[in-house]
Design a protein around this ligand. Structure first.
Ligand code: HT7
Ligand code: ZN
Length: 876
């Protein structure tokens, strides 16, 4: 495979103004007639460039220029291009291709899922449908006519508004759609199938009525309400928060079972993975409800951040993804609990994105090169990209940030632009200089902040020194200091917030209790005056920058911050740091007899604290995950980490047994099921208490779990009880519960996915022979990415002690599945291999086996470009 470089970007030699498509859909394939109005790009230096169109797996049937059929000698058809050497300055090109959606297992371009035709064109799969300059800076207006059998495909959808429909011969019919907004080809979409629709309407801020539709298979008709409510909330929020109004007359969502990612923001016709849109109280957990709301919002927000203003090239992917994740995170914070949302986002970032940024595939938020763009839909592009936008928000403040986003949308509406254009709009609107800040887009790696302090009692001065360094990453060394917003507070001995009198603003009457320090140098020292005692620092509040902080916290300070920090995020973080410290010391000295009593007491206090936000309490009672502990360690010994974490957990559960039972009963379900932050917190607390009780094989806990399983009126409680049993040593109860659960929900694919996951993630129920058995289960399907993720992905990503079995069997298993999948769905294969690519991090006993598994994949005949890039980069 070829490497593509940002530095080689050239404007397109030809532009396309309109695209006229006609799809003839049949059981054994589809014929695509495409007519493009093409003109030379006046901005291109290549005045006599041939017309070059991208194509992949197409059978070319016909090419005509201005109505004249071209002879084979007039064009060249290569494996991935159609090149017409001589073309006039402006012309109409017609191309007819034949494709086979029914045999498309890669799920890129036009394919079939449960009998329905659907598309996925981002990033570069429009070329699997027809020949086209398949790059986002070619924006055109599309008109799409779909023809299909009326009984198997009564519903025919594409982007825009429907303008014509009618019947054809042989029981066929057609619908024509017209999208008035110029768009890149990756936003094209088509759906044809036997679907039912949930209807609603939305009146925009300017009084326009918009039809809202969610199309699903008939069996899912009752699972659309939550997504529809989420959509309406998102539409209102984007008007109120960003001044963005919806622009077409109709907004459609379609649910499909086979989908490589979560969802896709095609103009006016979002296509969703069923698991990211369908929900009912009985079948979806609270977490799923929250994720659906966030994903519906995310895709909707793309209508402005991505569709109206799109990316110039794929190096700019974070322009739309980072900004849109920031927008959806703010939305979720506004409609739910802001602290909990921040905790969840930071957990993902610190556990998985930091690991990516320290691994062989580390890349900047704006990468400089890639081989296969689908490998770059990463946590760095999405999550770190969102953190970068968040830091701009922190530096500018909400009003100037809004001014900046208004300017960005106004200046670039209808254009394909760069991350630099985004930053420029923020600079122009605010008057701030973000030159150094741009390094966040260019330099990979997680900056490390080393903080030290001292207190001068005589002068009442507290000095804080912060040193930053950005680690080397593949292809990047000797990095420059970055511009980092560092939010800080200082606490006095009884937990009071102290005024921050920086030397420069000494004597200020109303000194703030929180400040955002701006770090720009390798080392800064800040002096805070007028302090009668040594304060406890509350560092990097709200996680104001995606960095690692090293500071010699004492356990006493952490316990203090856990109960006094006014910043909820830092309270939680102090608890995590304390638990990490306790677990890490057990890893290094396993025979330590006493487990930190202050951790036990802090958890006891939390279990009894009904005044504190219960959602925060629920989060604070979750121990750091094994994945996070592994991420923090050098040469982690996975088995030792697993053992130490379990030891702490069972010590906590044993010491707090009565409090857990009380907490369980206090939070027992009352009244009707609601998706509110309060009731979600209650269910979460109750299920945490249950999990802890079963962890120590407590018989009362066992009874509670069995009772909860039989009484549950919602999936959160049912799954909470099932998970607790599956992770316990009650083997009989576990197998009965699993069998009953399957029996009840076997016809619902989304629930069966959860059933697979609960087993694959469990160190009790998910040892390798059981995982192998799940792959043989009749409900498992190698063509369905969700099923593959819920067994293979969950095993390798969440069942870490089994995956890292010292005999190497977990690695070998993953290598087998990745090789098998590479032939049918290389995109998913390349994602699944990720855990093996981190081999260099692990202790030698693990890393050599991981490397061998990777080498075996590397040597597979016919390795895809997707897998080639990931495997070769990680073995370099
Ligand atoms: N923008 C969408 C990305 C996406 C995608 C990319 C590659 C291959 C398949 C895909 N399905 C969806 C999703 C989003 O971020 O909103
Ligand atoms: Zn997105």
């Amino acid at each position: 495979p070829k490497t593509i470089y940002l530095s080689e970007y050239k404007v397109p030699a030809h532009l396309v103004d309109t695209v006229d498509l006609r799809f003839e859909l049949f059981e054994d394939g589809a014929r695509v007639h495409s007519t493009l109005s093409v003109r030379r790009n006046p901005e291109s230096a290549e005045v006599s460039a041939p017309l070059t169109l991208d194509g992949d797996s197409l059978k070319l049937e016909h090419v005509a220029l201005n109505g004249e059929e071209l002879a084979a000698s007039d064009y060249e058809e290569t494996e991935d291009q159609l090149v017409i050497a001589k073309v006039p300055a402006q012309f109409e090109l017609t191309v007819v291709t034949w494709i086979e959606p029914q045999n498309n297992t890669r799920l890129e371009g036009l394919y079939k899922s449960s009998g329905m035709f659907c598309t996925q064109c981002e990033a570069e799969s429009f070329r699997c449908i027809t020949y086209f300059p398949d790059r986002p800076d070619v924006m055109a207006r599309y008109r799409t006519r779909i023809e299909a059998d009326k009984s198997s495909c009564p519903v025919l959808l594409s982007n825009g508004n429907d303008v014509e429909k009618g019947d054809l011969e042989n029981g066929r019919h057609f619908v024509t759609w017209e999208d008035p907004f110029p768009k890149p080809s990756y936003l094209f979409a088509l759906v044809a199938g036997d679907l039912v629709e949930k209807k609603d309407t939305f009146t925009t801020c300017s009084g326009r009525g918009i039809d809202l539709r969610i199309f699903v298979e008939p069996r899912n008709a009752a699972k659309c309400e939550h997504a529809m409510d989420s959509l309406k909330r998102s539409m209102r929020w984007d008007e109120e928060t960003y001044g963005r109004e919806y622009d077409l007359d109709i907004f459609m969502i379609v649910a499909v079972d086979d989908f490589n990612m979560g969802a896709m923001e095609n103009k006016g016709l979002n296509i969703f993975n069923s698991s990211c849109v369908l929900a009912s109280q009985e079948t979806a957990t609270d977490l799923a409800f929250q994720q659906i709301e966030a994903i519906v919002a995310h895709e909707y927000f793309h209508n402005w951040s991505g569709n109206r203003v799109t990316c110039r090239d794929w190096f700019q992917l974070s322009l739309k993804e980072g900004f849109t994740v920031f927008r959806d995170a703010t939305f979720s914070a506004d409609v739910g609990s802001p602290t909990v949302k921040r905790i969840e986002d930071v957990t993902l970032l610190r556990t998985a994105q930091f690991a990516e940024d320290a691994g062989p595939m580390a890349h900047p938020v704006r990468p400089a090169s890639y081989m296969e763009i689908t490998n770059f839909y990463t946590l760095t592009i999405y999550e770190k990209g969102a953190e970068v936008v968040r830091m701009i928000h922190t530096l500018l403040g909400p009003d100037l940030f809004r001014k900046g986003s208004d300017l960005y949308f106004e200046r670039h509406d209808g254009q394909a632009v760069t991350t630099d254009d985004f930053v420029k709009a923020m600079e122009d609107a605010s008057g701030r200089n973000l030159t150094q800040f741009r390094l966040w887009y260019e330099q990979a790696g997680t900056p490390m902040l080393t903080v030290s302090d001292d207190y001068d009692a005589k002068q009442g001065i507290y000095r804080l020194t912060i040193q930053q360094s950005v680690p080397d990453t593949p292809g990047q060394t000797g990095k420059q200091p970055q511009h980092i917003p560092f939010a800080l507070g200082l606490l006095g001995a009884s937990g009071e917030a102290l005024p921050l009198r920086l030397e420069s603003a000494q004597g200020a009457a109303n000194a703030p209790e929180e400040s955002v320090l701006e770090l720009t140098e390798a080392s800064h020292t800040f002096e805070f005056h007028g302090l009668a005692q040594k304060p406890v620092p509350s560092l990097l509040r709200h996680f104001s920058a995606p960095v690692r902080v090293v500071y010699p916290w004492s356990r006493e300070q952490l316990v203090f911050l856990m109960s006094h920090d006014p910043d909820g995020f830092n309270r939680w973080d102090a608890g995590q740091r304390l638990a990490v410290d306790v677990i890490q010391s057990l890893v290094s000295s396993p025979d330590v007899s006493e487990i930190e009593p202050r951790l036990v007491e802090a958890c006891r206090a939390l279990l009894g604290d009904s005044a504190l936000d219960q959602a925060l309490v629920a989060k604070m009672l979750q121990l750091p995950s094994e994945a996070y502990l592994i991420e923090l360690a050098d040469s982690p010994d996975v088995a030792a980490i697993h053992r130490a974490r379990e030891q702490v957990l069972s010590h906590l559960a044993t010491s707090l047994r009565d409090e857990l039972v009380a907490c369980y009963h206090r939070n027992a379900g009352v009244g009707t099921y609601e998706i509110t932050p309060e009731s979600i917190a209650r269910r979460s607390l109750r299920n945490t208490a249950l999990a802890w009780l079963l962890m120590i094989n407590d018989d009362a806990g066992r009874e509670l779990a069995l009772q909860q399983l039989s009484d549950a009126d919602n999936m959160t409680d049912r799954m909470g009880a099932l998970r607790a049993l599956v992770n316990s040593d009650y083997a009989d109860e576990r197998s009965t519960a699993l069998a009953d659960f399957y029996e009840r929900f076997q016809d619902d694919p989304q629930v069966v996915e959860q059933w697979f996951s609960v087993q694959s993630s469990s160190d009790r129920a998910g040892q390798l022979p059981q995982i192998q058995a799940l792959l043989q289960h009749p409900a498992f399907d190698w063509k369905n990415p969700n099923k593959i993720r819920s067994v293979v992905g969950v095993f390798a990503g969440q069942n870490l002690s089994a995956f890292h079995n010292p005999d190497g069997s977990g690695y070998s298993f993953l290598a087998d599945q990745v090789c098998r999948l590479d032939d049918s769905n290389p995109q998913i294969a390349a994602r699944l291999v990720t855990p093996l690519t981190r081999w260099q991090k692990f202790a030698p006993a693990y890393s050599s086996l991981m490397r061998s598994a990777l080498e075996r994949i590397r040597d597979k005949p016919g390795l895809s470009a997707d897998l080639y890039e990931v495997v070769h980069k990680s073995l370099e």
